[in-house]
Write a protein that binds this ligand. Structure first.
Ligand SMILES: Nc1ncnc2c1ncn2[C@@H]1O[C@H](COP(=O)(O)OP(=O)(O)O)[C@@H](O)[C@H]1O
Ligand SMILES: [Mg+2]
Length: 250
């Protein structure tokens, strides 16, 4: 089961969702997290020292051998990313089959894991496409802020394109509202809009805005490991259950 966490909008909670879902699922399952964002925030989330990494997603995208890039941290396998990855975008330009590189790499190791979760960059460039092509499902975090819906139709069109032009069978697992603040008008209005247009896709669980998320990131561990009873941690635990239920039905 390979799931991409994607939304070309920056700062909508992709990395936070990938890290917390990954940490929760790893309690009972074998999980691999793949960081394919040059910013490497997921890598940082797990307190992995980027300077120590010899083989990262950058090397995987250019030379393969994903097995050598896997780092074990707190019971989870992680393929880290560093800023080097930004350079790979140019190096891959014009390379035939570049959309299928990650797909091919993950195919070799997919049987070792129950879940593979891929954290993507804030763009619809070659790395996000690689993630989507490699995935069975896409999970879209939607930030409870104005303009959150902008770009969603474009993202949904990309799913169709991946399926039609790149001959895949990518399915939308769902959308999750993140950083919700019930006291603000913007949060409530966005939630209303998403419920209006995407009621079936939206997960019932809503992730609240919560300082524990930022505190835990600074401490180099996901919120659900850092403070289990914090509001965001409890919400992510609910989301993980809902994700599993949807996967069983789909
Ligand atoms: N539920 C939350 N409560 C408070 N801050 C959050 C929450 N989710 C994410 N953040 C913060 O918002 C910022 C963007 O989140 P992030 O997951 O990195 O988004 P993306 O990966 O989509 O760019 C980060 O600084 C993160 O710590
Ligand atoms: Mg991110």
């Amino acid at each position: 089961m390979i799931i991409s966490i994607a939304n070309q909008k920056g700062g909508c909670g992709k990395t936070t969702t990938a890290a917390n879902l990954g940490a929760l699922l790893s309690e009972k399952h074998k999980v691999l997290l793949v960081d394919i964002d040059p910013q490497g925030n997921l890598t940082t989330h797990f307190g992995i020292n980027k300077a120590d990494q010899k083989h990262t997603i950058y090397d995987v995208m250019l030379n393969g051998r994903i097995e050598e890039a896997i780092v074990r941290k707190d019971g989870i396998d992680i393929v880290p990313s560093t800023i080097d990855l930004a350079g790979a975008e140019v190096e891959l330009t014009g390379k035939i089959g570049r959309e299928y590189i990650l797909d091919g790499e993950l195919k070799r190791i997919v049987k070792r894991y129950d879940y593979i979760i891929i954290d993507t960059p804030p763009s619809l460039g070659v790395f996000t496409i690689n993630a989507l092509v490699a995935s069975d499902y896409i999970l879209i975090p939607v930030q409870a802020e104005f303009f959150a819906l902008e770009g969603l139709t474009q993202l949904l069109r990309v799913i169709d394109l991946v399926n039609s032009r790149l001959a895949k069978n990518l399915k939308l697992l769902g959308m999750v509202m993140t950083m919700f603040n019930s006291r603000t008008r913007s949060s409530n209005e966005v939630l209303e809009d998403v419920r209006k247009y995407y009621s079936k896709q939206l997960f019932r669980t809503i992730i609240p805005r919560n300082v524990t998320v930022t505190d835990s990131t600074m401490a180099g561990s996901p919120a659900v490991k850092y403070r289990r009873n914090a509001p965001a941690s409890k919400a992510y635990a609910e989301l993980a259950k809902e994700v599993k239920r949807r996967l069983r039905v789909k």
